[in-house]
Design a protein around this ligand. Structure first.
Ligand SMILES: [Ca+2]
Length: 639
């Protein structure tokens, strides 16, 4: 090749590389106010492959954007998860742990001051127009005063509110604007004959067409109830739009090793569940089919949003984010239909981002969580991070993704739960299981270069779960030394599996228990939620589990584990946060013991008597579907 030609080509190459780098940096640079469309589904799984049934999501988001395959709901329940999305806080800091009652729902959100401390308020202050169409939180009903005080911060919003929020037909909406939040309109119930998801879509398109006319940046959230079960007047699985009913006859729950398994799994009551019979697995498969068909209406939203942005030349200035508040299980570990567990089906949710500077067709395994979404959107809006954020901005450029993926520092997600759960779909030793049971737990997902670990500590029975997800992606083999075993057999640890990823399990447990101690107490800038080792080793010489496993730290972790093991002294099943009963906490100055004066929590061993053993009168013993149809988990009871 002619040298001059080569040099010219080389110069062109350098120039174009610089331009690409510059535009990518520019997209992420604070000060640039990009618009954002956030599509948030309700109870959509990632682990049951629901996204495979959405061709527009595949084509316009996954192929054209980045798929964050290890994205987690910090609490696997609508209301706590949504508050984490909009505030950037973990539930142990925002304190909304339930969907209703004293510890959750709209009244609790108001009580915690969260109506004036969340994303749309901050975006408005930065000159954004903010719009919302669909379900925002739980419990936004007349009886909870939503017609007196409703959500703040929206330029305009149509919020699904009241008793029929979870009905797929005749949806009720409250029309909200930026001035009337303290004297809002009544809930409008005059949408007879409308299908909920398409009505949400119509409002959203109206907002989007208005927003693209102006130069102001905008934020639009589109939050249909799909594919949540139908609750209230009519109960059952989600109802697909008429044109899609019956269009996915072959859709089937993935036949993973944890689907209605022949061997027992989990701990506590899950361990005792009978295997589901054919009639029940058939019902679950029909439920799955209804979910995939209902999601096709959301797929239409993705296509139409893309079209409106494209037709108005706004695609280059707008991010599209797609996620779900929490995941869902259908038959895994012999459970029925539901959520609330620390199993991956319930906690690992879709997250896809497309937009300026975001790599196309990239799939990343970095760990991200809902608490990271508000920080990320503030970054997209060119705004500074807030000191109290528990989350951190998600990398959205090739360069930043490369850096995070290559980083030696470990990746964490902290998943917690305070509510109870039911097993109404199940039997134990042939008997129906009725009632609501304690399901409070603390858990940790920890992913490093050669390890992928899930660790769960339950309040009930102080039961522990430890899984090696690099070999056991579906959490069937509990490697904890105290794991249950079938009668006259030994558990995996006793049978000789005493290492995980090459680490001795006993020593590993001391380390990850300490990391969980930090994470269950983490708080904004004071105790960073993504740097547990920095708290445990303030001298800065330990940055990963691998570093912490060094034998020079054995004594330190022996001591920590003897004195500050994560555990509970009392269990609740109504969402109550009682920090004193949650064992030791981590503080800025180190570990602090829990309340030693509480009587230790014990359980009956007979599974039929496992309803609850709490002496606290605050526990909600009556557990029925509320009039506003907002009780969660009840669908384990239908059929
Ligand atoms: Ca949900």
């Amino acid at each position: 090749m002619d040298l001059r030609l080569f040099l010219n080509l080389f110069a062109v190459f350098l120039y174009s590389t610089a331009v690409i780098a510059q535009s990518s940096d520019e997209a992420a640079r604070p000060g640039k106010k990009k618009s954002v469309v956030f599509i948030l589904t309700d109870d959509q799984d990632q682990r049951m492959n629901s996204l495979d049934h959405m061709p527009e999501v595949q084509k316009l988001l996954i192929d054209e954007g980045t798929w964050y395959q290890r994205h987690y709901a910090p609490t696997a329940l609508c209301c706590p998860a949504r508050v984490s999305i909009w505030t950037g806080l973990h539930a142990h800091n925002h304190k909304v742990t339930s969907v209703h009652g004293k510890w959750g729902g709209w009244p609790k959100i108001l009580q915690q001051g969260l109506n004036s401390k969340y994303l749309p308020i901050w975006l408005r202050e930065n000159g954004y127009k903010t719009y919302y169409a669909g379900k925002l939180y739980n419990g936004m009903s007349e009886k909870n005063g939503v017609e007196t005080t409703t959500a703040r911060g929206w330029t305009d919003a149509q919020l699904l509110c009241g008793a029929s929020t979870y009905q797929y037909h005749d949806p009720p909406f409250q029309h909200v604007n930026e001035t009337n939040w303290n004297n809002p309109h009544k809930i409008n119930k005059n949408f007879k004959g409308n299908y909920s998801t398409t009505k949400v879509a119509d409002f959203a398109y109206e907002y989007l067409r208005e927003a693209v006319k102006h130069d102001d940046p905008f934020f639009l959230a589109i939050a249909p109830i799909t594919p949540h079960v139908q609750v209230g007047k009519d109960n059952g699985p989600p109802v697909p739009e008429k044109k899609y009913k019956g269009t996915r006859p072959d859709a089937q729950i993935p036949q993973t090793d944890n689907f209605n398994p022949g061997k027992r799994s989990g701990v506590n009551k899950v361990w005792h569940l009978d295997r589901l019979n054919d009639q029940k697995t058939k019902l679950l498969n029909e439920h799955y089919q209804d979910r995939t068909e209902a999601l096709l209406s959301v797929d239409d939203i993705v296509a139409q949003v893309h079209k409106i942005l494209k037709d108005n030349n706004k695609l280059d200035d707008t991010y599209i984010i797609y996620s779900s508040d929490n995941g869902f299980h259908l038959g895994q570990h012999r459970l029925g239909a539901g959520k609330k567990f620390a199993f991956e089906e319930d906690t690992n949710v879709p997250l896809i981002i497309r937009g300026p500077g975001v790599p196309k067709g990239r799939k990343t395994s970095i760990v991200t969580a809902h608490v990271d979404l508000s920080p990320t959107i503030l970054e997209m809006a060119g705004m500074k991070q807030r000191d109290d954020f528990d989350g951190r901005k998600i990398p959205i450029t090739d360069g930043d993704l490369d850096q995070r993926e290559k980083s030696d520092a470990d990746e964490y997600a902290n998943v917690e739960f305070w509510e109870g759960t039911s097993f109404g779909f199940n039997t134990i030793q042939g008997k129906n299981v009725t009632g609501k049971f304690v399901n409070a737990y603390k858990s940790l997902r920890l992913v490093g270069k050669s390890y992928d670990i899930s660790y769960i500590i339950h309040c009930h029975n102080n039961a522990h779960e430890l899984y090696d997800l690099s070999n056991d992606r579906v959490q069937m083999e509990n490697l904890h030394p105290a794991a249950p075993a079938p009668e006259s057999e030994q558990n995996a640890f006793e049978s000789g599996t005493n290492t995980l990823a090459g680490f001795p399990i006993q020593k590993l447990l001391q380390r990850i228990d300490a990391a969980l101690l930090v994470l269950k107490s983490c708080k904004g800038d004071e105790i960073l939620c993504h740097k547990p080792w920095a708290q445990l080793h303030p001298q800065g010489n330990v940055n990963s589990l691998r570093d912490a496993m060094n034998t020079r730290w054995d004594e330190k972790y022996d001591d920590l584990h003897s004195n500050y093991k994560v555990g509970f002294t009392q269990c609740y099943k109504n969402g109550k946060i009682d920090v004193e009963a949650e064992g030791p906490q981590w503080t800025k100055t180190g570990p602090k013991p829990g309340n030693q004066n509480l009587v230790s929590f014990t359980n009956e061993n007979d599974p039929d008597k496992w309803a609850v053993s709490s002496n606290d009168t605050d526990v909600d013993e009556k557990w029925t579907v509320g009039k506003d149809g907002e009780e969660e988990g009840w669908w384990d009871d239908w059929e």
